[in-house]
Design a protein around this ligand. Structure first.
Ligand code: DP6
Length: 394
């Protein structure tokens, strides 16, 4: 009889920080210089599906492998290796304690992974990718580990990935232990605590690939004076204010902290020597658009935030869909991909943006993504590895 192929599948979400992680105090263990906080986005729109499998029939010469969106991906990097090593060690401990368990820890792991969003969208998929990799292997190995324990492992793959092990509103506590054992994620609030949080992502095409976050943050830590002020004062205040805003479902405060924190992060990038610019003219036009929408509404209905690239993520509450989405839908036009008819049907523009701002957005936004707050990783019965261990045909 052929050797059994063991399989487990999971999906994992993308998260977008409202208090940003930027800076490592230990690049090897991937320990941050500050805590951060994010909103997990709905997997209906953005998710990675990963199947982890292992079998005594997989040749040991093959080693561990990852097929990502149909292409073999390199798993030799130190960060991916750290994830494999930690997960295997936990499985081995179970096998040592119970001799009846199959020795999965000795077999090569085959991973097959797919994103449900276009890679061309330029969205950071490493958070969902590493969260799915860790969760899928933990399921395969039947590890009795909590999401926080798994976040310790995912953190070593990519810092922001540790927050994708939870749904809703998630903090990554920086911790202070030298070995990183207390630098992990926890859930600040379930998605159901504040379910009407929405996100409109304006995908802005970048002319050329910018500085990666890993290298950008190292340069900032090494050269920016402003950065010291950010980690010592700005972030601790923003974390406290953000947790309070979420607990009280206070959108005006949530929005102000989100925008200030994004501005602070990009200010430290500009203060890096030589400076790093992630936002471009289109990003800045999105900031003006949000300001004009809020001014016209007479209260804060929208908040912008930007990661290490030009895309704008705009948070808003469902009840303000007309002010926020209606205005941008009429500016950008239906020919831009990504609008959902269920959301935009019948929306009227509640205001008009300044002509200059509208023109820049129209020329520079290539597609939109309409989504909202969502759940953490979900076990899936869809397998990307067939029962014989080959990649499943789809
Ligand atoms: C700007 O998690 O991609 O998105 O740990 O080096 O993999 P590495 O960095 P990464 O950095 C994300 C930076 C950010 C802010 C955030 O998500 O908190």
């Amino acid at each position: 009889m052929a050797d059994k192929v063991y399989r487990a599948s999971t999906t994992a979400p993308v998260n977008i920080a409202v208090v940003k992680y930027w800076g490592k105090r230990d690049p090897k263990l991937n320990l941050p210089t500050n805590s951060s906080l994010s909103v997990t986005l709905s997997q209906a729109d953005l998710r990675t599906l990963t199947t982890a499998s292992c079998s005594a029939s997989y040749p040991s010469s093959e080693g561990d492998s990852l097929l990502l969106n149909g292409e073999q991906s390199d798993v030799a990097g130190a960060r991916t290796q750290a994830c494999f090593r930690e997960l295997r060690a936990r499985r081995r401990a179970l096998e040592d304690a119970d001799a009846s368990l199959p020795k999965l820890s000795t077999m090569p792991v085959r991973l097959v992974s797919e994103n449900n969003f276009p890679t061309a969208a330029g969205l950071a998929s490493s958070a969902a990718g590493f969260a799915a990799l860790v969760r899928a292997i933990a399921n395969l190995y039947e590890l009795p580990a909590s999401p926080s324990e798994l976040s310790l492992i995912a953190r070593q793959g990519s810092g922001s990935a540790c927050r994708s092990l939870f749904g809703g509103y998630v903090a990554w506590r920086m911790g202070d232990a030298a070995d990183g054992s207390d630098s992990m994620a926890d859930q600040v609030a379930e998605a159901s605590h504040w379910p009407d949080m929405r996100a409109l992502i304006l995908v802005v095409s970048a002319a050329k690939k910018g500085v990666s976050s890993t290298s950008g943050m190292q340069q900032t830590v090494a050269t920016s004076g402003l950065f010291q002020e950010r980690i010592a004062k700005v972030v601790p205040q923003n974390m406290a204010a953000m947790e309070k805003a979420i607990a009280e479902r206070d959108f005006a405060s949530f929005a102000e902290v989100t925008m200030r924190d994004s501005n602070s992060f990009h200010a430290t990038c500009a203060d890096t020597y030589p400076p790093i610019f992630y936002m471009n003219d289109v990003s800045r036009a999105a900031i003006r658009a949000v300001e004009q929408i809020n001014a016209a509404a007479g209260r804060t209905v929208a908040a912008y935030t930007f990661d290490a690239g030009p895309n704008a993520v705009i948070y808003y509450l469902e009840k303000d869909t007309e002010s926020v989405v209606g205005t941008l839908y009429h500016v950008l036009g239906g020919e831009v991909g990504g609008w959902k008819s269920t959301v935009v049907q019948g929306l009227k523009p509640s205001m008009s943006l300044d002509e200059g701002v509208a023109e820049i957005l129209k020329a520079g936004v290539s597609r939109v993504i309409l989504t909202g707050v969502g759940e953490g990783p979900i076990k899936s019965d869809e397998y990307l590895v067939a029962e014989d261990g080959s990649p499943a045909r789809r």
